[in-house]
Design a protein around this ligand. Sequence first.
Ligand SMILES: [Zn+2]
Length: 63
Amino acid sequence: MKNCQRFAHIKSGFEQDIRRLSGHAERYRGSASAKTSARDAISLRRNMARALNQHLDRCPECG
Ligand SMILES: [Zn+2]
């Protein structure tokens, strides 16, 4: 399946944030802020899936 630029843009934006949060969670493992970051990374991943699915539903180029 070939996806459009916009799909790639949405995905890379989310992935950047997820990487940043995961990195923080890794570095400060065991701390309260690491737990928050880990939780945020999980919900962000869920948001990414939702955003990409919505995009696929509407985009004439994808899917
Ligand atoms: Zn698209």
